[in-house]
Design a binder for this molecule. Structure first.
Ligand code: RUQ
Ligand code: CUA
Length: 657
């Protein structure tokens, strides 16, 4: 969305500010609307809404229809609140071939699917900046795996999954030369490639592995979606900059009247891969996995990938280009899999392509030349029809399963409902302001749940109390159960609510883990009971095996640690009850605290840099005597002869007076 013409942008925003604000502000406060979004205290929401954090790098979970924030899940950004990226167990999650990276830009989310329907198992998330894909387990709401993607830059067209979660697919936004070659930027046409990566997902464990890549000519892949039902075997990617500009893209990549949607038969690509037709090439990338049994993450650097040759795919009739007007952005497939909606972000119409017509065009060779050897299907031959005058700046489309589509209009700040059958606009409603993605629960799957629509807005302006120059971004909830869309709630979000998906709470809530079974704690550093608590010195490394239970730590007095020692606090939470984490923090620690879930062991590394008495304490208000849940570490000068001593409730009366 970066290369939007800002002049246009300014104009339209101003227009919609003046025109429509009052009407909807009123409807949002009518008693009727409020009742629709109201979830009484103590009652559960109907849907989980997983929302990407954009530049926050994390994923945020809201309940719908209340809009209540119920969880922030750290994924690509360190999270001092619970120690993600700070604990020894989670640091490897953020490792890459460029070292430890504490942040990213998180755009898209996909819930895992079985037969094209959400199955409530995993959530996949992309990192745009340092290309990676993450998998979150929805039993624990924890990031379990992060896979780096080589030969990619701006991992924007990602992550998109096939109907049975066979693959998570990731396309590059920036074309780059393969294998980090040093070439002139002006050699773009010759040397730069846009790659598509197919990440295979293990059916049972969800474990990801980079199966194969395909290198296409230099262009920008923007978004994508897998086919469904009739189009199950195909994948569709929108592209822009088929002008192959490498400077001032705002102008130079907006020259052509049409760019393309790439149609790729992934089943055929998979056959080539399985038949060993790909070429192994060198590529380094990190694969980080959190092992639930050992309770720690490891990072492995992989060394090669399999590259399929696009020429083989062309020969096998497995790849085509479909012209799509004016810098296509969203590329959305309706629940039947028959209609492919391309949204040209600078176009004044929305082209809707038909899968059966595309197949017919391939059979009848209705082509208009090629793009680097890839046949280009004639626009009219692939077209089902165009939605005329939908609004300005169409970006993304989702579906309600009742034959309607909903498209976000960035420039004219509105959501527009239209019919898939006759492509007529049925309803429109202003949004506040500049909607990027919109979402209907299940709206990109085979089984939309209809009922609600959420618009994720980039600009909030006057919707909330002013908070200085930076305002929160926001989401707006519409009731779409009637003929007319009705705005029923605004809610502020964390970071940029880039995209979101929502599924019925019933898919997830009953399998949610309440605590970890301490008897299955196989951490190398666990302490199974207070009697096992100990402090062990090995050279200048000191391992503290500590337990936490309401309302004390064992040991809470530690002596015999010297300046220059590396102290590892391995804190095991002995509680076996839901929602009783304990925290751990120590004075002057330059990292963060830890939050330790019941039954879990987490490690904080602390460098003893100065002599003195250093208090530590539990940071989670766990009980009435939470303030008592604390202790002291004595750090003595290097070379002194203070003996190693530790315990809780060990009274040394000799030193008392
Ligand atoms: S896309 S600019 Cu999701 Cu509209 Cu990222
Ligand atoms: Cu444990 Cu506060």
């Amino acid at each position: 969305m970066k290369n939007i013409n800002y002049f246009l942008f300014g104009l339209c925003i101003t227009a919609s500010f003046a025109g429509c604000k009052m009407k909807n502000t009123e409807s949002a406060v009518s008693g009727d609307a409020a009742a629709k979004a109201y979830v009484a205290p103590g009652k559960y929401d109907e849907f989980y809404n997983f929302v990407s954090g954009g530049f926050s790098g994390n994923v945020v979970v809201y309940g719908l229809p209340s809009g209540r924030l119920i969880k922030e899940i750290p994924v690509f950004s360190v999270f001092p609140e619970n120690g993600y990226g700070y604990s020894e167990e989670t640091k490897p999650m953020l490792n890459t071939t460029a070292g430890f990276i504490p942040w990213d830009d998180q755009h898209h989310l996909e819930l895992s699917q079985t037969n094209g329907e959400y199955d409530g198992r995993w959530l996949f998330a992309n990192a745009n900046n340092t290309p990676r894909v993450a998998r979150i387990d929805l039993k624990t709401f924890k990031t379990m795996e992060i896979l780096q993607i080589p030969n990619s830059a701006g991992n924007h067209s990602s992550p998109f999954i096939t109907e049975n979660t066979e693959y998570v697919v990731a396309g590059t936004r920036f074309s780059v030369p393969l294998g980090d070659q040093d070439v002139p930027i002006s050699s773009f046409k010759k040397n730069f490639k846009s790659t598509i990566s197919f990440i295979a997902v293990d059916k049972n464990t969800g474990r990801m592995n980079l199966a194969f890549q395909i290198a296409l000519p230099g262009m920008n892949l923007d978004l994508s979606h897998a086919g469904k039902g009739v189009s199950h075997d195909w994948f569709f990617f929108s592209s822009y900059n088929t002008e192959q500009a490498y400077t001032l893209l705002e102008v130079n990549a907006s020259q052509r009247d049409k760019d393309y949607i790439v149609a790729l038969n992934w089943k055929k690509a998979e056959e080539f891969f399985k038949a060993g037709k790909g070429k192994k090439i060198q590529a380094k990338y990190a694969h980080n996995v959190y092992d639930e049994d050992k309770e720690k993450a490891t990072s492995t650097i992989e060394n090669e990938i399999t590259m399929l040759d696009v020429k083989d795919l062309i020969a096998a009739q497995a790849i085509y280009m479909i012209p799509c007007p004016k810098s296509p952005h969203g590329c959305d497939i309706d629940p039947t899999g028959e209609y492919i909606v391309g949204s040209g972000k600078l176009a004044a119409l929305i082209p809707v392509f038909s899968f059966s017509k595309i197949q017919g065009a391939i059979q009848n060779k209705q082509f208009e030349g090629d793009f680097y050897g890839i046949p280009v299907i004639k626009y009219e031959a692939a077209l089902h029809g165009e939605v005329k005058k939908p609004g300005l700046g169409p970006l993304h489309t989702e579906f309600d399963g009742k034959g309607n589509a909903y498209t976000s209009m960035f420039l004219s700040s509105e959501v527009v409902k239209w019919s898939l059958k006759d492509l007529n606009v049925i309803d429109r409603s202003p949004t506040f302001y500049s909607t990027g993605h919109l979402m209907v629960p299940g709206g990109d799957s085979r089984k939309p749940y209809g009922k609600y629509l959420v618009a994720y807005n980039k600009i909030t302006k006057d919707r909330y109390l002013p908070t200085g120059p930076e305002l929160c971004q926001s989401a707006q909830l519409f009731d779409i159960s009637g003929d007319k869309m009705e705005l029923i709630l605004d809610f502020p979000t964390i970071g940029e609510p880039h995209y979101g998906q929502a599924c019925p709470a019933s898919l997830i809530k009953d399998q949610s883990v309440k605590f970890y079974d301490i008897n299955k704690n196989h951490s190398e550093f666990h302490t199974m009971g207070e009697k096992e608590a100990k402090v062990v010195r090995t050279g200048n490394r000191v391992d503290v095996y500590m337990t936490a239970i309401r309302s004390h730590l064992v040991p809470d007095n530690i002596e015999g640690v010297f300046v220059g020692d590396e102290v590892y606090f391995h804190v095991t939470n002995l509680e076996q009850d839901w929602d009783i984490p304990h925290g751990f923090a120590i004075k002057n620690n330059p990292g963060a605290e830890l939050l330790v879930m019941p039954g879990e062991t987490v490690t904080l590394k602390y460098l003893a840099e100065k002599q003195g008495i250093t208090p530590f304490y539990c940071t989670d208000f766990c009980s009435a005597l939470h303030q008592e849940m604390s202790g002291y570490l004595r750090v003595s000068p290097k070379g002194s002869n203070v003996p190693l001593k530790f315990g809780t409730n060990v009274i040394d009366s000799a030193s008392e007076n």
